[in-house]
Design a protein around this ligand. Sequence first.
Ligand code: NAP
Length: 325
Amino acid sequence: MRKVRVLIIGSGPAGLTAAIYTARAQLSTVVITGTQLGGQIATTHDVDNFPGFPEGITGPELAERIRAQAERFGAEFDYDIVTAMDFTKGSPFYVKTQNEEYMADAVIVTIGANPRKLHIPGEDQFIGRGVSWCATCDGFFFRGKDIIVVGGGDSALQEAIFLTKFANSVTVVHRRNELRASVALQTRAFQNDRIKFIYDTVVDEIKGADGRVTNVTLRNVQTGATEDKLIDGVFIFAGYDPNSGIFGTQLKTDDLGYLIVDDFMRTSVEGVFAGGEIHDNYFRQAITASGQGASAALATVNWLGERERDLQDLSTEAQVATSGD
Ligand code: NAP
């Protein structure tokens, strides 16, 4: 059983940034990385909007740089996944990975969310080569191109509108004949000449040539009719799934499964903090996740400091009481 002051679960920008702060505050810190260092940015080809990199940086390199920075202050990295935990008894918290067991005075949950995949042929093959889940990251590369956006929710329409800054045309492909997005976003999208809509339709396959997407097979779910559509890119906004399932009922979530945290990044369990997309269903940027990770870490450092002072006060009171006997 390994004892640490701070255990960080997840190694996206939120977790890695949190590690810089807790390690720099001289608290022994271990980051359990999950399957891939960097979380979602591990699969982001180019990060163009993280401050400090005027030429842009690849997602994996950004993750590696933040990791190295945290390591410089003494953070350690356990390339493993969490398999069990017990937050019910309060601090110290028990957390188990495949190869190690931890007792941690505080836990920071930065386990993120995953954009939903369509699970269709070609989707994985063309990731970063025409298939994307991030308009802010990749829209720039579709200047003058024709693209489709899959989904009918707020993200799909918000990102479709954003993508018209670059693309020649954006076709929203939605599986029903009614959009889920807010009326305000629908109105803006309908007013945009570059956005077209195809309803009652799903993408059955993404095809390509020379390592780039060239076309998609669309299927009308009412008639069953299929058609091939020439296209340069496919942006998928079919919702996100926060990775909170692993905590069961130990941490409170909203109806969508996002952790509920207060202004000080405190979850429903005292001593367990959270940052990044595990609680943020709105901004979803590497830089905002980093900021939330820093906030969660600072809140953790403060909480541990206060707790230590309280414990010292109790011990002093006990000594005074004993000496008075
Ligand atoms: P969402 O509301 O869950 O919408 C996901 C969309 O993808 C739905 O239209 C859904 O179709 C479709 N979809 C799901 N699985 C699919 C599949 N396998 N194949 C094809 N289509 C599929 O997700 P979101 O748009 O990311 O929004 C998430 C939350 O963030 C929402 O609460 C939203 O209001 C909020 N948000 C707000 C803003 C804003 O206010 N500006 C911006 C972004 C997000 P169905 O409609 O048929 O289910």
